[in-house]
Design a binder for this molecule. Structure first.
Ligand code: ZN
Length: 595
């Protein structure tokens, strides 16, 4: 294993797939979450090549090629696996560990030291006579000296090179300053200038307490409002949150997510020390996971404008996937939390939190806001969308409560709404049951893979094995207790994929396609990518998994014994024996080590 997994993880995270692919293919957004373009691997006139930023994969619906970022580079640049790794490492500006592990560690340590000293410099500048503009801004926002100290706020002077000069005299080279994102090379060549100028400086401190980056707020109007450090050896914007180093110590039990760093500071000052900001307009999945390490109760307090509303809805959909309770604050009479507290005080804000809506109400309010309820036409459209929304709620009590609410809003009887919701639910259930049964009853006639090199011998079992792989990718937690092993598969390649993805899962990560590039061929990865691009009924994952496993095991039994199984019982008996045998062979089950 030439490259450590943690390095590969970072490599993949720092080479966002749509970003990398855009270097070769012009991608446009068509519908849904995927981006589309003309396939670079086969000739075509209409785009069938798709990239999913969410799954971090590419897949061509025309020629069937697909995979993660590493094998994309292997294919398109015609590179070997290690060379593709080096190519991507260079692209992201990270050092390949085999090249020099110690050097990376010492570069990292020195960069952290530089950033700490830069923070000190900005802080001193804020206190110096030249920091007047910064102090004035803070006074206007009502931020106290205690908060300046707690957050280590600072000021970047209105000059091209004050930080550059100060850090140079302390022995840091231009290359080091540039690598830390503190200076930029000037276009005219030769020179360099400070990245942050005439801005209020917020050091971004990670959960271990190191300054890893800066976020600078413009003092007056202008764009960008917040300028963040670029991605560096020690900083990834999507994996840090401003204020989390302090919020994680809070005893509030919830975390308040706000848009601006200054809101975080203002909230802390008012006693809400669990506020964090996402260093940009939208919350990333990595940030959401980070938050969920510290709380299971998130309150979104974004700005009360259209952009804030959209950002809140995006954040809800990301947080919804994790096991966190999401509530949304709706502030009236103020544009953001800072202004709200200034106008109405901390007690009013606390009151707002205790009255905050769960995200269902919030979403329902968004649906309501879309229609003109005073007209018949508006009411009909509203009712149609609202019923659709309620029918999708998994909880019976919630459906009851919101049916009543919608009935009142739409001016119809509660019975009417309930009847419509039930009708819609039955329709959806029937459709998904049909689809599900069709999928299960069809395995014998399964199609062969597009990749010609791979031919299924037992299509019934292979279909179930494909299903298991898709489930494992989309729902890895189902597999923590599953005792299925790759060797039970009829197709060795599918079994090998299963073992590898399961090993990744058991090591505590999400299965990642990008990391398959070392051990699997382009065809094999393409096949797998195709599997997970198929729509899947996720509502009944557990039942589906059980069915798949039954098929795989009964087919395996036929293979081994050459007999048709008589009943489920004989299969179960057989597997009990096999299990004992395997345990006595000391091979273990499920939780096997890789290799
Ligand atoms: Zn293609």
């Amino acid at each position: 294993m030439p490259f450590p997994e943690s390095f590969l993880q970072e490599l993949v995270e720092r080479n966002e797939i749509s970003d990398v692919v855009s270097g070769y293919v012009r991608l446009t957004k068509r519908s849904g979450a995927n981006l589309f373009g003309l396939c670079p691997f086969h000739n075509e006139k209409t785009p069938s090549f798709s990239v999913s930023p969410e799954k971090q994969i590419y897949h061509c619906f025309g020629c069937g090629k697909g995979g993660g970022v590493i094998n994309f580079i292997m294919e398109i640049e015609n590179l070997s696996y290690p060379d593709a790794i080096r190519f991507l490492a260079q692209r992201a500006g990270i050092v390949v560990p085999e090249d020099d592990r110690d050097e990376t560690a010492s570069r990292r340590a020195r960069m952290l030291k530089l950033l700490r000293e830069a923070a000190r410099f900005f802080y001193d500048e804020l206190c110096a006579p030249s920091g007047e503009a910064g102090r004035e801004y803070l006074a206007r926002r009502g931020i106290s000296g205690a908060m300046v100290k707690r957050f280590g706020l600072g000021f970047a002077p209105d000059s091209w090179d004050s930080l550059l000069k100060a850090m140079s005299t302390r022995g840091y080279s231009q290359a080091e300053l540039s690598a830390a994102g503190l200076i930029k090379a000037s276009q005219k060549g030769g020179g360099a200038y400070d990245t942050f100028r005439n801005r209020l400086m917020f050091p971004v401190i990670d959960v271990r307490g190191s300054v890893v980056a800066f976020s600078g707020r413009i003092l007056g109007d202008g764009e960008p409002k917040y300028l963040n450090s670029p991605e560096t050896l020690v900083f990834s914007k999507s994996r840090n949150l401003f204020g989390l180093n302090l919020a994680k110590k809070s005893k509030k039990g919830y975390i308040i997510l706000v848009e601006g760093n200054i809101d975080v500071v203002a909230l802390h000052q008012a006693g809400f020390e669990s506020a964090v900001a996402s260093l940009g307009t939208s919350l990333t999945p990595e940030q959401a996971r980070l938050i969920s390490n510290y709380t299971s109760d998130v309150i979104i307090a974004y700005d009360a404008d259209d952009a804030g509303l959209k950002a809140a809805q995006r954040a809800i959909s990301i947080l919804d996937k994790l096991d966190v309770k999401v509530r949304v604050l709706r502030m009236s009479g103020a544009k953001d939390p800072d202004e709200y507290i200034q106008k109405f005080g901390a007690a009013a804000f606390d009151n707002l939190i205790s009255r905050s809506e769960n995200h269902i109400e919030y979403r329902l309010a968004a649906v309501t806001g879309k229609y003109e309820l005073s007209t018949d036409e508006g009411r009909v459209s509203f009712l149609r969308e609202a019923v659709d929304f309620i029918a999708a709620l998994p909880n019976t009590v919630e459906r009851e409560v919101y049916s009543l609410r919608v009935a009142e809003l739409g001016g119809v009887s509660e019975e009417t709404i309930k009847r419509e919701v039930e009708r819609l639910r039955k329709k959806k259930a029937a459709a998904s049951k049909k689809q599900y049964e069709r999928a299960l009853s069809r395995p014998v006639r399964a199609a062969q893979p597009k990749q010609r090199a791979i031919r299924y011998k037992n299509e019934r079992s292979a279909k179930a094995e494909e299903g298991v792989l898709a489930l494992l990718y989309l729902n890895p937690e189902l597999f923590l207790k599953t005792k299925l092993a790759g060797e039970e598969f009829s197709e060795p390649i599918l079994g090998k994929l299963y073992d590898e993805l399961l090993a990744q899962t058991l090591r505590g990560g999400r299965p990642q396609i990008s990391l398959l590039a070392e051990k699997f061929s382009a065809d094999e990865i393409s096949l797998f990518t195709q599997l997970i691009e198929r729509p899947l009924e996720t509502g009944r994952s557990l039942q589906a998994l059980q069915n798949y496993i039954d098929i795989i095991r009964s087919e395996n039994l036929v293979r081994i014994t050459g007999e048709q199984p008589e009943s489920d019982e004989s299969i179960a008996r057989y597997w009990e024996q096999r299990k004992e045998q395997m345990i006595s062979d000391d091979k273990g089950y499920g939780g096997r080590e890789n290799g």
